[in-house]
Design a protein around this ligand. Structure first.
Ligand code: SAM
Length: 279
């Protein structure tokens, strides 16, 4: 790698330098030849070079043109380099028939939440994902009802994936060190989701509305989308707060609202709510 590359803050560049942590990440990922492996943000290749000990070639998505060209120089045809914004990248086009993607990355923390939502939308063609993220984001993904960390991200991730928090990583493992603690998490999309959702858009809409006003009781926060009688008919006390509802509760609300709407022919106004910071 070129020694004159200076880490770019706007791309969230904190490069892994701790060889033990790199080895632990790869051991947790367990790459095998013949798999369709994709790395997001390979940077200077800290994970890439070890992954290539296990696979003949792999895909990487890297936004930084200089790093992408350095990687091309070092690894040649063994790396399929997509110099592209991962937020706009169509991951599913890399999957083959019967060959779902295994995605890995020490993700740029400044875009981690939108990137996770983008990847969740592609989860049907993904076998598993192993990511380094801010510890706070991993805590939110893994949190259950009743926890302060539980929110929109928890529900939307846990509906689609099994979440395993693997281990914490200190800031000293990176150069330059980030200001926050980090953690490694594995997400395994369900082939058969334990909670059935009839209309994913409605589910998303209700979860978003509920957590955009997380201090309010649900009859107030989602009342515009589903009235108190229907909330009660879903078996949920309308005076509960979003933070206490399980993924299955949100699914029950969404499914009931869609069925009732079909029966009555009413259409619920689409939410324009974007006001949630702690997604
Ligand atoms: N994998 C390397 C490592 O562990 O040392 C680098 C990790 S660094 C935290 C994040 C990487 O993601 C950087 O290489 C950065 O250029 C890249 N990146 C940032 N934003 C990106 C985006 N929108 N799309 C693709 N790559 C991005």
């Amino acid at each position: 790698m070129r020694s004159d590359h200076r880490p770019r803050k706007r791309f969230g560049q904190h490069f892994l330098q701790d060889q033990d942590i790199i080895a632990r990440i790869i051991a947790a990922f367990r790459p095998d030849p013949g798999e369709r492996i994709v790395e997001i943000g390979p940077g200077r290749g800290a994970l890439t070079r070890v992954l290539l000990d296990h696979t003949a070639f792999m895909d990487v998505v890297e936004i930084d043109r200089d790093l992408a060209s350095d990687l091309a120089e070092v690894y040649g045809e063994r790396l399929h380099i997509h110099q592209f914004d991962a937020l706009k990248f169509d991951f599913c086009h890399l999957a083959g028939p019967g060959l779902p993607l295994r995605i890995i990355g020490n993700l740029p923390y400044n875009i981690s939440t939108p990137l996770l939502f983008h990847l969740l939308a592609a989860s049907d063609c993904v076998l598993d994902m192993l990511f380094m993220l801010q510890k706070e984001v991993v805590d939110r993904m893994a949190a259950g009802p009743g926890s302060d960390d539980y929110g929109r991200l928890s529900v939307m991730v846990q509906w689609r994936c099994r979440v395993e928090r693997l281990f914490a990583v200190p800031a000293s493992a990176f150069s330059p060190p980030p200001q926050v603690e980090s953690a490694v998490v594995r997400l395994s999309p369900y082939r058969q989701r334990p909670v059935a959702v009839d209309n994913p858009d409605r589910f998303e809409q209700i979860v978003r509305a509920a957590f955009s006003q997380r201090r309010k009781v649900v009859r107030n926060s989602i009342g515009r989308l589903i009235g108190p009688e229907l909330i009660a008919r879903a078996g949920i006390d309308p005076n509960r707060r979003a933070q206490t509802l399980s993924v299955a509760d949100f699914a029950a609300l969404a499914n009931l609202s869609v069925h009732t709407e079909r029966q009555t022919g009413n259409s619920v106004q689409r939410s324009t709510d974007t006001g949630e910071n702690r997604s």
